[in-house]
Design a protein around this ligand. Structure first.
Ligand code: 13P
Ligand code: SF4
Length: 318
């Protein structure tokens, strides 16, 4: 029987390392994970990097995915014969929840001409109803690959979709989903911070609301934001994305001043923005997942094959 009590004297770092070798496991982690988890990862990255790593992974028997459910599910779509673990099976995503597969199927029935581009932040069942998947790193490129003249539905992030529509100069129908974390940033407080730090660059993830994005000096995926902090000329950055990434930004650019973009009162923590789903994963749960090889991601094979099609198309085009 599985026991969830852990000896408090256990050295979790050493135990995770031992179990990782014993299980021939690899740990993939997103930038929004807690610093300790980012530090023990074999591969740290944005959604696209992690999907690519999962596709390339040939050695490991077990993939432990430190992120949220749709990310681990994506790894399973690409690795049907490996065990894929998610430390907390309840780590969801408000975007994935906003676009259930049956609703997308109903849209397709009513709009048979539409080409459906779906953000990777969705379930395998929703991917299976899509023509092409994208991440925030490659979305522009994916949209430019859509045949001219075809109407487009972009799902499920209406903010990312609106930003992309402006970038590629193409009208799109937008599914009404949002990221519960990125919609909490306060335009008023960001403007006050910018006034206090006139030389600071405000960088933001495209999941933020348009009224916040219009003040951004730079917009990009988590990896692009990290590269901007590392390579950009500014000394101070106001960072408009989930605060977990500040850990890796500080390591990459120790001389730069990083200020988490403030959120409206009552949303997230008082000074910064945390994803409650990402933060469900802990070192304890990672240890238990490796010890018990649970919770596993399981997928019906027929669904997996249908979900793999638009995902593989994205990886080929990227
Ligand atoms: P990226 O890492 O692709 O920028 O995605 C951000 C995000 O919200 C993941 O859940
Ligand atoms: Fe989903 Fe937003 Fe959390 Fe990313 S940060 S997992 S988009 S709720």
């Amino acid at each position: 029987m599985t026991t969830t009590t852990i000896d408090p004297g256990l050295d979790l770092f050493a135990e995770i390392d031992r179990l990782k070798r014993e299980r021939r496991a690899v740990i993939l982690a997103h930038y929004y994970q807690d610093p300790d988890i980012q530090d023990i990862a074999d591969h740290l990255g944005d959604s696209l990097d992690l999907a690519r790593t999962a596709q390339r992974e040939t050695e490991a028997e077990v993939i432990l995915f430190c992120g949220v459910h749709f990310m681990a599910e994506t790894a399973k779509i690409l690795n049907p014969d490996r065990i894929v673990l998610l430390p907390d099976a309840n780590a969801g995503c408000s975007l994935a929840e906003a676009c259930p597969a049956d609703q997308l199927r109903a849209f397709r029935r009513e709009h048979p001409d539409h080409f459906v581009v779906t953000y990777i932040n969705c379930s395998a069942a929703t991917k299976a109803e899509s023509d092409l998947i994208c991440t925030s790193s490659n979305a522009e490129k994916m949209l430019r690959a859509v045949p001219e003249g075809r109407p487009i539905l972009f799902a499920p992030d209406r903010n990312l979709g609106a930003w992309l529509a402006r970038r590629v100069g193409r009208e799109m129908d937008l599914w009404p989903g949002t990221c519960q974390v990125h919609v909490t940033f306060s335009e008023r407080k960001i403007l006050a911070l910018k006034a206090q730090h006139p030389d600071a660059e405000f960088i933001a993830h495209p999941e933020c609301e348009p009224h916040v994005l219009r003040h951004a000096d730079f917009v990009g995926s988590t990896r692009r934001l990290l590269e901007r902090v590392r390579d950009g000329a500014a000394r101070t950055f106001i960072v408009g994305t989930e605060s977990g990434i500040l850990h890796t930004m500080r390591l990459a650019a120790p001389a730069k001043e990083l200020i988490p973009a403030p959120v409206e009162q009552g949303a997230g923590c008082t000074a910064c923005s945390e994803c409650p789903h990402m933060k469900l994963n802990t070192l304890e749960k990672i240890y238990l997942a490796l010890r018990d090889l649970q919770p596993r991601i399981e997928l019906d094979e027929e669904l997996r094959v249908r979900a793999a099609r638009p995902l593989l198309r994205m990886l080929e085009l990227s």
